[in-house]
Design a protein around this ligand. Structure first.
Ligand code: ATP
Ligand code: MG
Length: 475
């Protein structure tokens, strides 16, 4: 059940449309003008607005702009008369979910409404009325045109059993999209089994996916069901499918064609019912040209293809994403969210984000470590971005080499441990200094858990107040 606001100055249309929506199990509310529509949106927070574009007084386009300003996440479907595609395009450009020609075809309108509702649930991270699978944390942030297009596609295919190929550069949210597809599918109560095709050694991937019989190979002491069988009735997410070895590709093709698998060393096929979602950041066409990816499998997979846009092509999403990650990381670090200044946002927009959303998330986490509660500014952002560029770590240079030479020459019992402990103490002290003595932040900065950091401080006799100078520790 969704609350749907109909805005149209044609009373007859309002009544019959409202009746239709009631019959579909929705709750319809109506407004007779753009002005009234904007008011009702503010007051009643509908899940969806369906609005005529040509009305007396405020036009649908104007009303759309105001509604988007009030709540950018509420989808708006615009109704236009035949021959006014220019207006329709303008509407979609201004943030309408889609448009439909009047007089409309009822099944088409209902289909569009279902899509818009699904997409907005995805966009809102299932805050309000959706019922995603327990524990699913699916919240794709961003309202750019490119992302709205993605939500639409996700909404369209989530409920089907179609095989989906999710493509996009590293860090664009492919796994998140796959989880969204699962959590809005009819299979959400069945498992989502994730298999990362690069992380598993080639020699094991086949048995990992398809299972094996006892004695199928040396070390196969028991019969074992593969991940695909384990997902029976559910969904399998094949991550980095571009790296799947050819023999495994052949078996996967068979699964897609015949819905059957055969365990390694097995005596016959087993029927399975799984939905496959695959992802890759590789150019599968190129892999195909080089003979590393089967053409027939490629065509099976890409029937539904969802391409996630790189972050540099949707920088208008940066403010929303920044707010999202600052809230997320500050909560995880138990500090209050300091927010970000306009200059900080501008500095984010200056960067091209080769690592996409994952890089943005890491950079914001770093800025939090340094912020000490003040709003994130441009220098914090630049420093955090530069930190990434500085990887791998700078060369320690001659000072350390000289110290090592002296230490080794001096010799001593337990020399190695003494030297490395001293160096560890310097690094810890520096991390505590730049974080103003905050041990949680220092631990984050060093890539340690807080308990590990505390244990090391204890062992090395460090306190937060200890003002260790490099010279002291190394001498
Ligand atoms: N639109 C988004 N809104 C919120 N968080 C996002 C979004 N896109 C990505 N993220 C977050 O960014 C990180 C990277 O996303 P994800 O793992 O889905 O990327 P990926 O495309 O699978 O990357 P890779 O190719 O490197 O595996 C995750 O922490 C994810 O939650
Ligand atoms: Mg991934």
């Amino acid at each position: 059940m969704a609350v749907i606001l109909i805005v149209d100055d044609d009373a007859g249309l309002r009544t019959s449309f409202a009746k239709l929506l009631d019959m579909e199990g929705h709750q319809a509310i109506t407004a007779a003008s753009g002005e009234e529509g904007v008011e009702r949106q503010a007051k009643d927070h509908p899940d969806l607005v369906v609005m005529d574009v040509r009305m007396q007084g405020m036009t649908g386009i104007e009303a759309l702009a105001r509604m988007k300003a009030q709540d950018p996440a509420t989808p708006v479907i615009i109704m236009t008369a035949f021959g006014t595609t220019a207006t329709a395009i303008e509407a979609v450009n201004k943030g309408a979910f889609d448009y439909i020609l009047k007089p409309f075809d009822i099944p088409e309108m209902l289909g569009l409404i279902a899509q818009a509702l699904d997409a907005s649930r995805l966009a809102k991270g299932a805050r309000k009325h959706a019922t995603p699978a327990a524990g699913a944390q699916v919240s794709l942030v961003g309202q750019s045109r490119a992302m709205r297009e993605v939500y639409k596609q996700l909404g369209r295919v989530a409920a089907t059993d179609a095989t989906v190929l999710v493509q996009g550069e590293s860090g664009t949210g492919k796994e998140l999209a796959a989880r969204a597809l699962w959590s809005y599918s009819g299979r959400k109560d069945r498992p989502l089994v994730v298999v990362n095709c690069v992380a598993i050694p080639e020699s094991l991937l086949e048995s990992e996916l398809f299972g094996h019989e006892k004695g199928a190979f040396t070390g196969a002491n028991h019969r074992r069901a593969g991940k695909i069988e384990q997902a029976q009735g559910g969904t399998v997410f094949l991550d980095e499918i571009g790296d799947m070895p050819l023999p495994v590709q052949a078996k996967l093709l068979r699964l897609l064609q015949e819905k059957q698998i055969e365990r390694l060393g097995g005596k016959g096929p087993t029927a399975v019912d799984v939905r496959i979602i695959a992802a890759t950041n590789r150019d599968l066409e190129a892999a195909m040209a080089e003979g590393r990816f089967r053409e027939d499998l490629y065509y099976r997979l890409q029937v539904v293809r969802i391409v996630l846009p790189p972050l540099r092509e949707r920088k208008e999403d940066l403010p929303q994403l920044a707010a999202h990650f600052l809230a997320l990381h500050s909560k995880a670090m138990s500090v209050s969210d300091p927010g970000i200044t306009a200059e900080g946002l501008a500095a984010l927009a200056d960067h091209d984000w080769p690592g996409n959303v994952r890089e943005l998330s890491n950079v914001l986490q770093k800025t939090l470590i340094f912020s000490r509660g003040l709003a994130i500014g441009a220098p914090d952002v630049r420093a955090a971005i530069a930190g990434r560029a500085a990887e791998p770590l700078p060369d320690a240079g001659e000072a350390l080499g000289e110290y090592a030479r002296l230490a080794v020459a001096a010799g001593g019992p337990d020399l190695f441990n003494q030297v490395t402990d001293r160096f560890a103490a310097v690094v810890l002290a520096e991390a505590l200094r730049v974080t103003g003595g905050n041990r949680s932040h220092a631990a984050k900065l060093l890539g340690l858990s807080r308990p590990t950091l505390l244990a090391k401080m204890e062992r090395l006799g460090l306190t937060v107040a200890a003002q260790i100078k490099i010279g002291d520790a190394l001498s």
